[in-house]
Design a binder for this molecule. Structure first.
Ligand SMILES: [Zn+2]
Ligand SMILES: [Zn+2]
Length: 193
């Protein structure tokens, strides 16, 4: 599995000025199994299409593109899996990764300087190492940005009974009568939060 994009291949085909590189790749969900941790909030549920242009700008690279796929999430209320579509345009600026100094202020000052410089031109910054961009990291970042604050299988998901764990979207349970007083239910809901 190769999820790295080699920056040294840019401009190889022309002797003079560097040309932009167009990247168009599709990754299968299985390719993400190794990189997406067990405790990650999502699973890749469909082939991932990554399309982007890479433009060299001095030491930095400007990367503009789009990633599309479907992700599987777990509902925060009923714990059932559900899918969301992802269609995320992105614009990133890759700057060389500088190893932080082992101790002292030099490393910190350098990092702060780079961050300030980056903040000025309003682009999200990422770092490249060993003349290559980690596309796995790039896509992971876009997936995380696409995740809802509170994943719900549907807006009105009823969730699980707090007492017996019954999925209340699918049925009722014996604990239900306790919730007949709506004021009490509201209060209990608040206390649960
Ligand atoms: Zn749900
Ligand atoms: Zn119950």
């Amino acid at each position: 599995m190769n999820m790295r994009f080699d920056l040294r291949q840019l401009g190889r085909q022309k002797g003079g000025s560097l040309r932009d590189e167009h990247v168009d790749r599709t990754f299968q969900p299985s390719e993400f199994e190794a990189s997406v941790g067990q405790d990650e909030e999502y699973k890749v549920a469909a082939p991932v299409h990554l399309e982007m242009n890479v433009h060299k700008d001095g030491e930095a690279y400007r990367v503009v593109g789009r990633v599309t796929t479907r992700l599987q999430l777990e509902c925060g209320r009923c714990l059932e899996p559900f899918e969301i579509p992802v269609d995320s345009p992105f614009e990133l600026r890759y700057v060389p990764h500088v190893e932080p100094a082992p101790e002292g202020q030099a490393g910190k000052a350098g990092k702060a300087g780079a961050e300030r410089e980056v903040a000025e031109d309003d682009l999200t910054t990422a770092f490249y190492k060993e003349d290559s961009i980690d596309l796995g990291d790039l896509m992971h970042e876009q997936f995380v940005l696409a995740l809802p604050m509170k994943p719900l299988c549907k807006v009105l998901c009823k969730g699980l009974c707090v007492h017996c764990g019954t999925d209340l979207n699918k049925g009722t349970c014996a604990c239900a009568p306790e919730w007949t007083d709506p004021r009490l239910a509201v209060l209990k809901g608040l206390m649960k939060e």
